[in-house]
Ligand binder design. Structure first.
Ligand code: AHR
Length: 646
């Protein structure tokens, strides 16, 4: 395409400022699921893997209580279960040492190495108990990849009762593959549990909190809400594997770990307190999801002992306890610090309520009689006791099909305010379905598009996929009255530990690479509007390749245009602001901010390399009617800041 060809406008967009439709103020959020090592080994800053010796073959076939640990010198080890620290935390390590034999102890390599940064402070802690003999002081060391001593400290000898010992260490050098070694002197046996090493500089300095750089990248998305902890993780693989929020709050040594349905381990170190705290820290509305009393329909229930296949429901006799746990969650989040659960939240460090407003019940469940009965029981109880809470229903895993249809019918029957719809499709599907929500019944339940992502060939995070999502997001803005929340899924994927692709953010122990889709999500979030403005679109030959939205944002009334093109060639656009004067009695600025994301449609941001496809910002001249060239394969955001005339 030559510049001459582009002299003639090919498409025309005429804004109709008089036709404004409100957009939900929660439209663009994030969905966190503990898969792909998103929690342990990921967002949770804990550096020791299997510090509680709870790993077992139920997590992963090859694993046992010593996974991630290496023994030093001649010592004996056994799994202890008598008189544990807490019934929820049943296993610990029994170590027999003979100090006369040289260095004895054990060493943890974290999640494929511990990342240390020079001069940074790390808090080491563990619970220890002397069982027999005379064990001397405990020595804790941080060792570099080649064995260099990077930090060390001495802790008091074990006492006959469990005692937590703590010390702060400073790393003398950077190391990506460091280890944490514990050495014991004397002769005897001891019990060890909850071995922990966390950077002191966590996100917002929360003790034992989140990995700062990774949490910051999530925060930089400016998500209006955060859904957690899943996904399929919520309903679990078998009834015994359901996610029980109440097992994830309180002191960490009292939390109950369990196998993660994605074939690894969830320690519960990143639990409900941390999720809610994170939401508060990043200004996101919390959206926890609880099981609807049924397990994952794909379950094989290897954890329950009894062989289950397909969806199973909690026995009806167990439903009152399950419902009570849901009500307890609401009290824990919102109750005064004088209420039983509110008091527990206060003890944990948050006396004021978290302000829970939304509660997801169920995830992609099959809409069977077993599901309906249990969902209805939970819904009725929440509605009766907490009418202020909006329950979010579920309509199956796909944007069509039997569960989708039955789920919607059930939601209408119950009069639900909101349902969680999912859809992972190839890029072309999103382009072909831009009108999907235009046709939704405005009188029925509203939509939370809880999981979506374009799945390109090889499930790669391509620009083509990201642009399909961008196009779809313009349609979400247009339907921001009925689609009130939407979240790309999943959020995090750890290199070498990926059960699912594509993801929004890729990371390892030290590096983070946002996908191209990340920048799309971020641009829509940073440039969200509160009103959608109708526009007349004359797209000519490009009708199938261009998607447009025009929104007004904030009290100032900025005008934001989003233009997505999947055309192979640049397109000359005429943009007519429809006589719009910005900012009430305001004036049109002579220039607008223009942010463009474009490139080879098959490009990806290669992990570990500098992202190749990132937003490029510039200033462009604007007028009541102006020209702009949309690059091939691009998302363009044009923001006209309203300026007051006075
Ligand atoms: O996002 C990954 C998975 O996709 C979720 O766990 C599940 O809800 C969906 O099928």
């Amino acid at each position: 395409m030559t510049a001459q060809n582009l002299a003639a406008p090919q498409i025309k967009i005429t804004v109709r400022p008089g036709e404004a439709r409100p957009i939900s103020d929660l439209l663009f959020g994030a969905f966190f699921e503990d898969l792909n090592y998103a929690a342990d080994g990921g967002l949770y800053a804990e550096l020791i893997q299997n510090g509680s010796f709870e790993y077992s073959a139920a997590d992963y076939p090859d694993w046992n209580f010593l996974t991630a640990w290496e023994l030093v010198g001649s010592c004996t080890v056994a799994l202890g279960r008598a008189a544990p620290l807490h019934p929820n935390n049943p296993s610990y390590l029994v170590l027999g040492v003979d100090g006369a034999e040289g260095e004895v102890g054990l060493c943890n390599h974290g999640y494929g190495g511990i990342h240390l940064a020079t001069g940074s402070a790390y808090e080491f802690s563990c619970f220890v108990r002397g069982l027999s003999g005379a064990i001397g002081p405990l020595q804790v060391q941080l060792l570099g990849r080649k064995g260099a001593l990077l930090a060390q400290a001495e802790l008091p000898p074990p006492r006959p009762e469990w005692q937590q010992v703590t010390v702060t260490l400073h790393a003398a050098a950077d190391d990506l593959f460091a280890a944490c070694r514990l050495l014991f002197r004397g002769v005897g046996t001891l019990a060890l549990d909850m071995v922990s090493l966390v950077p002191c500089a966590t996100f917002r300095g929360r003790p034992h909190g989140l990995r700062a750089d990774l949490a910051q990248v999530v925060a930089d998305l400016r998500p209006r809400f955060l859904r957690f902890p899943g996904g399929c993780l919520v309903h679990g693989e078998g009834l015994g594997n359901m996610y029980r929020w109440q097992d994830t709050v309180g002191p960490r040594h009292t939390r109950r770990a369990q196998p993660n349905l994605w074939n690894y381990h969830q320690s519960g170190g990143l639990g409900y307190y941390e999720y809610f705290q994170f939401c508060e820290d990043i200004g996101a509305v919390p959206l926890p999801v609880v099981p609807a009393g049924v397990c994952c329909p794909n379950t094989e229930a290897k954890y329950t002992g009894a062989w289950e296949q397909g969806q199973c429901g909690l026995p009806l006799a167990e439903m009152p306890a399950h419902i009570q746990a849901v009500l307890d969650l609401i009290e824990w989040a919102n109750g005064p610090d004088t209420s039983p659960w509110g008091a527990r939240r206060a003890v944990a460090g948050h006396p004021t309520p978290f302000g829970l407003r939304y509660l997801g019940v169920g995830n992609e469940d099959q809409i069977t009689p077993v599901f309906r009965d249990r969902f209805r029981m939970i819904y009725d109880a929440v509605k009766a006791r907490h009418p202020e809470i909006t329950v979010v229903g579920t309509v199956g895993p796909y944007p069509e099909g039997p569960d989708y249809l039955a789920g919607w019918e059930f939601a209408r029957e119950l009069g639900l305010a909101l349902v969680d719809e999912h859809g992972y499709k190839e890029p072309g599907w999103y382009w072909a379905n831009l009108g999907r929500f235009d046709a939704y019944d405005r009188a029925g339940p509203r939509v939370y598009l809880g999981e979506y992502a374009a799945h390109d060939l090889g499930r790669r995070s391509t620009l083509r996929g990201a642009l399909a999502e961008a196009a779809y997001m313009t349609a979400l803005e247009r339907n921001g009255d009925i689609v009130v929340m939407a979240s790309y899924a999943p959020l995090l994927g750890k290199e070498k530990h990926m059960q699912w692709r594509p993801n929004l953010i890729y990371f390892d122990n030290s590096r983070i690479t946002p996908s191209i889709s990340y920048y799309v999500q971020q641009l829509f979030s940073l440039h969200a509007g509160d009103h959608y403005l109708a526009a007349a679109l004359d797209l000519g030959a490009h009708a199938a390749d261009v998607a447009v939205s025009c929104v007004r944002a904030g009290r100032r009334g900025d005008l934001i245009l989003k233009l997505v093109s999947r055309a192979e060639v640049p397109i000359a656009a005429t943009i007519d602001l429809g006589g719009m004067g910005l900012g009430g009695a305001g004036t049109l600025p002579p220039a607008a901010a223009c942010i463009t994301l474009c490139g080879d449609p098959l490009a990806e941001n290669e992990f570990g390399a500098r992202p190749s496809v990132v937003p490029q910002a510039s200033a462009i001249p604007v007028a009541p009617q102006f020209r702009h060239i949309l690059p091939a394969h691009s998302l363009t955001v044009i923001r006209l800041a309203a300026a007051r005339a006075d």
